[in-house]
Design a protein around this ligand. Structure first.
Ligand SMILES: [Zn+2]
Length: 251
């Protein structure tokens, strides 16, 4: 059994063929999905999907992309909704969007909500690892820990995240022939510091470039990790599932 720790099943085109995609993924050994919100407008929808499909585990939060329009009311709403989720996410910093001071303020607010509720956090960090780590330290994120989603930073940065109680999530970038850092992380870090994700519909595996990513393809990332570790897919599934459950106890 594999857990997909980051999959946008509420978004098109996935949500339009959800039953079929989940059946296909279950046949490939995937049994649970963490569905992180990106925008408050999607919170209710994710909540409804999670009620219809108990294996979909919601996480609520505001993605850094949507910082500009975030309001105090939305944060108030997040405080109320947070306990329904397994984590707060996805939240973080992304320098490709600009507006970093506002992103940082929103990130801190959401880390505080997570700490109040004792919930782990799902971190989106793009070209901002130094600042992200400083904020995680200052906001005492070690008290709740979480997942560095689709992490492609250096081994040194990964180890700093791990010291803060975080684990590293590998996506299908691991399967790409030109990937440098993900295979290094996969080879160097032990399985109690690694989890797997698709980030579907984004980040398709190397054999499916140009397609939208499907939940079943988590299996390809797991196979690649098994090859790098010289282990069986069964062992990879058992260990990464245990790591996911340890960092997100509600799983
Ligand atoms: Zn995402």
């Amino acid at each position: 059994m594999l857990i997909d720790t980051h999959c946008h099943l509420d978004l098109p085109p996935l949500v339009d063929q959800l039953d079929q995609l989940l059946a296909e993924a279950r046949a490939a050994g995937i049994t649970k999905w963490v569905v992180p919100a990106v925008h408050p407008d999607g919170w209710q929808h994710i909540s409804e999907l999670a009620k219809q499909h108990p294996d979909l585990r919601p996480a609520y939060g505001i993605h850094p992309l949507h910082t500009a329009n975030a309001t105090a009311e939305q944060l108030q709403q997040l405080k109320q909704l947070a306990p329904e989720g397994v984590a707060i996410g996805e939240i973080g910093l992304d320098t490709t969007y600009g507006n970093l001071d506002k992103q940082e303020a929103l990130f801190r607010e959401q880390l505080r909500i997570a700490r109040q509720h004792g919930l782990p956090v799902l971190i989106h960090c793009r070209r901002a690892i130094g600042r992200t780590l400083a904020i995680l330290h200052e906001e005492r994120a070690d008290q709740m820990g979480g997942i560095m989603h689709a992490f492609s930073g250096s081994l040194e940065s990964a180890r700093e995240c791990i010291r803060l109680g975080f684990v590293i999530s590998l996506s299908a970038t691991l399967t790409r022939s030109n990937a440098i850092r993900p295979p290094l992380l996969a080879g160097q870090l032990p399985l109690n510091q690694l989890v797997l994700e698709t980030d579907a519909p984004d980040l398709p595996p190397s054999d499916h470039q140009g397609c939208f990513n499907r939940p079943a393809w988590l299996h390809e990332t797991a196979c690649k990790l098994a090859a790098i570790k010289g282990m069986s897919i069964t062992e990879i599934a058992r260990e990464t599932t245990a790591t996911a459950q340890q960092v997100i106890p509600k799983l």
